[in-house]
Design a protein around this ligand. Structure first.
Ligand code: HEM
Length: 501
């Protein structure tokens, strides 16, 4: 037994040294940092799914009110939480070429080449093509299709409400979000309002629970790509690859007038390779278009399109029910604009609803669905207004939740006050303090679509119903540590009260 003791001690020491070897990184650079724990760094609560990453960042943001940046260790990977808005601007916008991607790499064949996680060359190649899906003309032609689909959603909501006296908003809105993105982007009818069809919930279960492979990648960088592993299940990669294959067999390879995401993708597939060059001064890089690469884009459209929308809608209805006087203002605006448009709900009418836009902004301010806006340093860079040089391959995280709840930028931050975003008041807001869609060349591609998707849903509901709290409506909202996006722990039950009665 004793013969083995020195070996055991040496082994434990070696493991300890290995898993703490980076922990002087921030001290050497004079950056304040909470004490890390061997192996877990500062992310032990996230690792054991006791705290959402967004909540962890917020706690740390609040603990260091006087710092521009705070050092962290994600497992052993040095990560910098940015608090200062000038540095936010530098990282996301001004010095984009130094921070061009998010630094999360996994199997390119299993969704790892989606626009969100793709490296900068793929992003530059793909983004300019997919952006064409979101032109104002496209919105106009999508509007009527989305509005028609929303009628089915309304019927469904009415049915649930009649049966139960209240609606659990998130699962109901998940159907709307999934339906609207699947129809607009791919022309696929998921038929989600059929009671026996559980497709939206099944996809949601598979997609939204964070995988431990991300932690594996942090401990052993490069391991996921090397072993062809993904942070999303293989079934999901296959599902979206089938959508691409079906697109090809259904003949959308012909250039169509419709210009949906699937049409653009099929056009890219026909081309075979595309250039990532944006301007004459950039070097030429060729991106090969494979079904796997396109499946990644289909996947990110679906995830971003349903996942954010159902949360946003649920939160907005919750705040409107909690603040009936704000709901009155919104309903009055909707009624007036529709009346002005001869009782018809059109794209032009939607654009005139300014208070609706403010509700959209304020809901996003209170609940940015993302845990952090993240960038990876592509070279050693000095951060503005500091003498800190972040070395290449350091991850930088910005917490939209913390910045948007900081009273320096938004007085009475916990209050639901859409008026903060009136044309007059918005001028007072710091230009980099609203980060729900990120900022700069890698900001959200679907922002405008998200606004229309949200607007149609709200108008359809509020033209017919008021929303009210029931005895099951939560007093306040906390976030579950178990899901990718900032999702409520509580079920948001609300009553739909017919406005005609
Ligand atoms: C309320 C709805 C939405 C929210 C809050 C949201 C939020 C975000 C955020 C925070 C980012 C990261 C930005 C950054 O790092 O600077 C992002 C990126 C992205 N979003 Fe959204 N999003 C929404 C809807 C959508 C929709 C509807 C789509 C597409 C159909 C979409 C597609 C994307 C894509 C492709 C990226 C990656 C862009 C790139 O890296 O170049 N998003 N989104």
């Amino acid at each position: 037994m004793f013969i083995y003791l020195p070996t055991l001690i040496t082994f434990v020491c070696a493991i300890y040294l290995y898993f703490t070897r980076t922990f002087d990184f921030w001290k050497k650079r004079n950056v304040k940092a909470p004490n890390p724990i061997p192996f877990f760094g500062n992310y032990i609560d996230v690792f054991f799914r006791r705290k959402h990453m967004g909540v962890l960042y917020h706690d740390i943001y609040e603990q260091y009110p006087d710092e521009k940046v705070v050092g962290l260790y994600r497992m052993m990977s040095p990560t910098l939480l940015i608090r200062d808005l000038d540095i936010v601007k530098q990282v996301l916008q001004k010095d984009f070429e130094s921070f061009p991607d998010r630094g999360v790499y996994y199997s390119k064949d299993k969704l790892g080449n989606n626009l969100f996680h793709a490296d900068v060359d793929v992003m530059k190649g793909i983004r300019k093509h997919l952006t064409t899906v979101f032109t104002p003309n496209k919105f106009k032609s999508n509007f009527y299709m989305l509005a028609n689909r929303a009628d089915q959603f309304l019927e469904y909501m009415g049915r649930i409400s009649d049966e139960n006296g209240e609606v659990n908003m998130l699962p109901a809105l998940r159907k709307y979000g999934a339906d609207s993105i699947m129809m607009t982007a791919f022309g696929i009818d998921l038929n989600p309002y059929d009671e026996n069809n559980l497709i939206c919930d099944v996809l949601d279960e598979e997609i939204q629970y964070p995988s431990y492979f991300l932690e594996l990648e942090l401990l052993f960088p490069g391991s996921l790509a090397r072993f062809d592993l993904s942070i999303f299940p293989t079934k999901i990669a296959q599902y979206f690859k089938q959508i691409i294959e079906a697109g090809a067999t259904l003949g959308v390879t012909e250039k169509t007038e419709r210009n949906r995401a699937i049409d653009i993708m099929m056009e890219l597939k026909r081309q075979g390779t595309i250039s990532s060059r944006k301007g004459d001064d950039e070097k030429e890089n060729w991106v090969e278009i494979t079904d796997e690469l396109l499946a990644g884009q289909a996947f990110i459209f679906y995830l971003a399109g349903y996942g954010n929308n159902c949360l946003l809608g649920s939160y907005a209805l919750y705040y409107l029910a909690k603040n009936p006087e704000k709901q009155d203002i919104l309903i009055q605006e909707i009624d007036e604009v529709i009346l002005k448009h001869d009782g018809k709900f059109s794209y032009e009418a939607l654009k005139e609803m300014k208070y609706l836009e403010m509700v959209f902004e304020e809901t996003l301010r209170l609940n940015p669905m993302t845990n952090a806006v993240v960038r990876n340093a592509a070279r050693d860079v000095q951060l503005e207004g500091t003498d800190i040089i972040v070395p290449k391959n350091t991850i930088l995280a910005i917490s939209p939740y913390s910045i948007q709840h900081d009273e320096k930028y938004f007085p009475e931050p916990e209050k639901f006050k859409p008026e903060r975003f009136s044309a007059e008041n918005a001028r007072e807001n710091h230009p980099c303090a609203m980060l729900s869609f990120g900022l700069g060349p890698r900001s959200c591609l679907g922002q405008k679509f998200a606004q229309i998707q949200f607007g149609i849903c709200m108008v359809k509901i509020l033209l017919k119903y008021r929303v009210e709290c029931t005895k099951n409506t939560p007093e306040s909202i906390t976030y579950t540590p178990l899901r990718l996006l900032l999702t409520p722990n509580e079920r948001i039950y609300l009553r739909l009260v017919n406005r005609d009665k």
